[in-house]
Design a binder for this molecule. Structure first.
Ligand SMILES: CCCCCC/C=C/C(=O)SCCNC(=O)CCNC(=O)[C@H](O)C(C)(C)COP(=O)(O)OP(=O)(O)OC[C@H]1O[C@@H](n2cnc3c(N)ncnc32)[C@H](O)[C@@H]1OP(=O)(O)O
Length: 395
């Protein structure tokens, strides 16, 4: 078995032309109409979009697309395994079969995501599009990006609103990460300005929606959130959070996708989803139980238990806690040293550590966003947000 799989890998590496039948039109011919449901239009668009790609995405990606397509249209692989000498069909079968029982809808979503990541500038079915690295975004004061000494720093800079993240800030962060992934920096750091790291999602994101557009707006917010979290899942260089103060909601949940988290002893970590009538995001429904065990994760994600920096460190969410008085000096001295390490080695090591989880994280992210989309339309969520806006309650 190992020998055959090694042979398959070698074939993929050295004989790419043998995999030519993984090309797009074949995929499209097999499209089953009955399999199309909720996001069938997106999926169909993605299949068509693929045909317009100018650049061959390579066999690895085509194999992934093939597997996702089969899973999305036919469900889990239950066809007989091709013989060991039928390398091409066996490679395809292996890729499909590796998706296990991934739900059809998630496979469809992942397929759409993958296609859209291949052609950022082409037509997409989503209303809110992720910003491409070469797309010029307006200068922003709320997300300040600087790059120096091998470190790209993305600073949330809206201190009067406790660095709450607006819709345009999500897009700016996606854009900043995209640029940072290919700039000449070695590591990337996210931090906050002022006393707060961030108070999470700006709750007014949900309030300026014209009547009759609530569902559409929830759908768009779900797409934006998915793109936002995906940009953390896929970030290829070491990603470090410098948590300078209290952190709430989405900025806490995505910490499980960072490589290192340094916190001031003034920082706290709070995910008040139940109080807000919402549900976990940022892949925390998977990463938190994995990092801290299911019962500690439940206290945070279900009951909104706020952790001190030291508690978060004891539970593995935070790498190290520093006294507030020396926090900035100690952390940046350390980061400057890390940024001198060989960048390719860091990138390759990160890939080794993270790659086995990526597919799973994308699936979890898609699922969490779908669930949240439903929560945003719930009465529980709407009244919690109205309470915050009208200052009847403060968390
Ligand atoms: C595309 C959509 C994706 C959605 C992703 C899902 C994400 C989920 C989450 O992130 S859930 C978490 C949401 N965040 C909160 O619930 C925090 C709400 N804020 C607070 O509880 C408090 O403001 C505080 C504890 C963070 C700070 O308290 P305090 O120090 O007393 O300051 P103020 O409350 O007076 O706040 C100062 C100023 O900032 C405004 N503000 C603070 N946080 C938010 C926020 N999250 N959204 C909007 N605005 C916020 C607050 O209204 C004050 O404004 P004002 O001075 O009154 O104009």
């Amino acid at each position: 078995g190992a020998l055959v799989s090694m042979a398959g890998r070698l074939m993929r590496r050295w004989c790419p032309s043998l995999l030519q039948d993984l090309h797009f039109p074949v995929v499209q011919l097999h499209m089953s109409r009955t399999a199309m449901r909720a996001s069938e239009k997106d999926f169909e668009n993605a299949v068509n979009q693929l045909k317009l790609l100018k650049k061959d995405p390579g066999n690895e990606v085509k194999l992934k697309l093939y597997a996702l397509y089969k899973q999305a249209t036919e469900g889990p692989c239950n066809t007989p395994k091709p013989g060991m000498l039928d390398f091409i069909n066996k490679t395809k079968w292996d890729a499909w079969s590796a998706l296990g029982s991934l739900p059809k809808e998630t496979a469809r979503q992942n397929y759409v995501d993958l296609v859209s990541s291949l052609s950022p500038s082409s037509e997409s079915s989503s209303q809110i599009k992720p910003a491409a690295a070469d797309e010029k975004l307006p200068e922003s004061e709320n997300v300040v990006v600087t790059s120096e000494g091998g470190i790209t720093k993305i600073m949330l800079n809206r201190p009067t609103k406790r660095n709450a993240i607006t819709t345009s800030m999500y897009k700016e962060i996606i854009h900043a990460l995209k640029v940072a992934s290919t700039d000449n920096s070695t590591i990337t750091v996210i931090t906050g300005s002022g006393d707060y790291y961030s108070s999470g999602n700006d709750l007014t994101n949900f309030t300026a929606v014209p009547p009759g557009e609530i569902e559409e707006s929830a759908k768009n917010a779900g797409i934006l959130l998915r793109d936002f979290v995906n940009s953390f899942i896929d970030f290829p260089k070491p990603l470090i959070a410098v948590v300078n103060g209290p952190a709430v909601g989405i900025v806490v949940t995505i910490l499980g996708l960072f490589d290192v988290v340094y916190a001031s002893d003034r920082a706290t970590f709070h995910t008040p989803f139940s109080e807000l009538g919402q549900s976990p995001e940022g892949c925390s429904s998977y990463t938190f139980p994995k990092i801290m065990g299911p019962t500690k994760a439940a206290e945070m994600l279900l009951f909104g238990k706020k952790l001190t920096a030291r508690e978060a460190c004891a539970q593995g969410l935070v790498t190290e806690v520093f006294p507030e008085s020396t926090f900035q000096k100690e952390v940046w001295t350390r980061l400057k040293a890390y940024a001198k390490l060989p960048p390719n080695s860091l990138r390759i090591s990160k890939e080794l550590i993270r790659s086995t989880e990526k597919e799973k994280l994308h699936a979890i992210n898609a699922e969490e966003c779908t669930v949240l989309q439903g929560r945003w339309l719930s009465e529980e969520c709407m009244s919690a947000i109205l309470n915050f806006i009208s200052r009847k309650s403060k968390l």
